[in-house]
Structure formats: structure tokens, C-alpha cells
Design a protein around this ligand. Structure first.
Ligand code: FE
Length: 354
């Protein structure tokens, strides 16, 4: 009996140690874990979408370069890179809006980066003139509306939303949102400061309520009867249509989509983008990540999983994006969204856009 028990104990110990070895073996086959211990890229990002993390994992598997991620608001990340100075660990700064990349460039925090691959994958319109940043995805600021109360024929331009007929019906988030700052910055460029201010005043006068919540909350506000038309980014509408939350799907399906200014200046388009940090210690890896994020695999994923438009003209938009049809975009260099950001903020404050 005793001998049998001893044998069982020994057998159990052997099994345990075998399991231990097994898991160690598994770890060592993890790509890049051992042989490329120093091969890494440190990413500071303000994007908050699940698809990004999936793409970084795929990049790690394909290149063996580990992606270390720090997420925060863009302004916080910019301040952090400034504070860290030449000791910064940041290699790549990624933001959801070009205005913040412009700011990082102006602060002298970025370095020029270029390659044939980047030039082939991103049209010059979506690259900084000094190669300090490149665009990764496009998003349009569109209108969504209550199909029972608004006919598409009644819609035309952002400007038309300031007409009296829309009094008390327009839903839009606060002026703290860089998306609204960039929208106004584009109008300052296209229509001049005075007209841009009149537009902002007209929107404030027609607001259905004081701005609250994010873009998706404006669409939800329509369903709740707070207003009839909302200004929001295109991908949020795509996210709602494909949400795991049935209520969001129902709301989105009850709304119409409209790309404004098609007969005039084109719809406002912004980009998510990234720039290599001036004091980067892994600039080559940062460039590789940029090339990956603007390549086919990532561009398809941004479109199919996050409903953003590809910047790479060789990649087709997803079915949903295609179903919205081709649309005309504003034809301005995107850096002006950054250049006019300060003016836009002052104007938004002056007209009382909360
Ligand atoms: Fe966003």
C-alpha cells in the first residue's frame, strides 16, 4: 500500500513538472519573445478602438517587434513627451485627429519620416508637407436624421442647418470635442473667419439642447425625441449599426445618413494619424509600424471593423461604407485643421457653444 502511494505521488510530481515544462515551451515559441527582446516600439496613442489592439498583435506576430502601448488623451500624451524630453520612451505618437498631430509638430516633438512604401500607400494629401506625420484612416463628419420628421430633400449643407426651420432641432456635442474644433477650422479655411463664426452662432441658436455626451449620444438623442438631426463622425454610426447592444442597432437603423455639401465644398473629412517622435530610440521600428498600419491588412481592418475610410487608395472600403456611396470631400490640406485650431476654439467660445 505504502509503496503504491509513493508511486502515485512520484507519478503526480512528474506530471506536474511536465506541465511546467510544457507551458515554458509554449512561451518560448511566442514570436519575438526571446530572440528579439530589444526589438520593440513604444506607442503613445489616443485612439480607443478595439481594432487597433488586434492590429498591433498581428504586427508583433509578423515582425517580432513588440508593441508597447500607452493610451491617454492626445494633449496629455503631448505634454508627457515634452516633459520626458530626450529621455522619452515614446517612438510613435498616434492621435484620432490631425489637429493634435499639428500641435505635436509645432512643439518640435516629431521627426520627419518617409519611405517609398509610405509614399505609395498614402496620397500626399494625407501626409504632412514636412513628412512629420501620416494619415492612417479617414472619417467624415456627417448628418444623421429622424426619417419620420426629415426628408433627405430638405438636407443640403452644414450651412443650411443654421436656417430658422432647424431651430431647436440640431444635436451636436460640445465645443471641447476636437472633432467640432476641426470642423469649424475647416470652415475658417474655406469660408473665412466671419462666415465661420456666423455658422457657429447659427448652430448654437438652433441647438435642440445644451451639448452633452459624445457623437453616439447625439444619434440617441434623436431616438429619444430631443432633436431631429445630429452631426456625428461616420464611423460612430457604423459602430452603432453593428453594435452588440440591440438598442443601439435599432436606433441606428431608424436614422437616415446624409453626406452634406456634395454640391459645394464637400463633406468635412478628418484623419487619424501618427508621427515618429523626435527623440525616438526605435525610429526604424516606428516606420515599420506606420508602413504596416497603412498597408492592405490594416486598412481593410480599419474599414471592416471600425468603419473608417481607408487612406490607402488601393484598398476598397467595406460593404457598409460602400453602401453609403461615393462622396465628395473638402479639398483642403489637412494641416490647416491644426493651423486654425486656436481660432476655432476662440470662436466657439465667443458664440457660446458649450
Ligand atoms: Fe472618435
Amino acid at each position: 500500500m505504502k509503496k503504491n502511494l509513493l508511486l502515485i505521488v512520484i507519478a503526480a510530481m512528474l506530471t506536474l513538472s511536465a506541465c511546467g515544462n510544457g507551458s515554458k515551451d509554449e512561451k518560448s515559441t511566442d514570436p519575438g519573445a526571446k530572440s528579439n527582446e530589444k526589438s520593440e516600439v513604444n506607442l503613445y496613442t489616443s485612439r480607443h478602438y478595439d481594432v487597433d489592439d488586434e492590429l498591433y498583435k498581428s504586427f508583433e506576430q509578423q515582425t517580432g517587434i513588440k508593441v508597447n502601448i500607452i493610451k491617454d488623451e492626445a494633449d496629455v500624451l503631448i505634454e508627457r513627451i515634452k516633459r520626458e524630453g530626450s529621455a522619452t520612451k515614446a517612438d510613435l505618437l498616434l492621435t484620432a485627429d490631425v489637429g493634435r498631430l499639428y500641435r505635436a509638430k509645432e512643439e518640435g516633438l516629431l521627426q520627419p519620416v518617409s519611405s517609398d512604401k509610405l509614399a505609395n500607400q498614402i496620397p500626399s494629401k494625407f501626409r504632412d508637407t514636412d513628412d512629420m506625420w501620416v494619415g492612417l484612416t479617414k472619417r467624415a463628419r456627417i448628418l444623421v436624421y429622424n426619417k419620420d420628421k426629415v426628408k433627405p430633400e430638405e438636407l443640403s449643407t452644414y450651412e443650411a442647418l443654421t436656417e430658422d426651420k432647424w431651430k431647436g432641432r440640431v444635436l451636436v456635442r460640445s465645443s471641447e470635442s476636437v472633432y467640432n474644433q476641426s470642423l469649424l477650422a475647416s470652415f475658417i479655411e474655406i469660408n473665412g473667419e466671419e462666415k465661420a463664426k456666423e455658422w457657429a452662432q447659427g448652430i448654437v441658436d438652433n441647438m435642440a439642447r445644451n451639448p452633452e455626451g459624445g457623437d453616439r449620444d447625439q444619434a440617441k438623442g434623436i431616438a429619444a425625441g430631443s432633436g431631429d438631426i445630429a452631426i456625428m463622425n461616420s464611423y460612430y454610426f457604423g459602430q452603432m449599426l453593428n453594435s452588440v447592444d440591440n438598442e443601439e442597432v435599432k436606433i441606428a437603423e431608424s436614422l437616415g445618413v446624409f453626406f452634406p455639401n456634395q454640391e459645394t465644398t464637400g463633406a468635412h473629412v478628418n484623419i487619424s494619424g501618427a508621427g515618429v517622435v523626435k527623440d525616438s530610440k526605435n525610429a526604424e521600428n516606428a516606420l515599420k509600424l506606420l508602413e504596416f498600419l497603412t498597408g492592405d491588412e490594416a486598412q481593410v481592418k480599419f474599414a471592416s471593423a471600425n468603419y473608417e475610410f481607408p487612406v490607402n487608395p488601393g484598398v476598397e472600403p467595406s460593404e457598409l461604407l460602400k453602401s453609403w456611396g461615393d462622396f465628395k470631400e473638402q479639398d483642403i490640406p489637412l494641416s490647416v485643421l491644426g493651423e486654425n485650431n486656436a481660432k476655432a476654439i476662440i470662436t466657439l467660445n465667443e458664440v457660446g457653444w458649450k
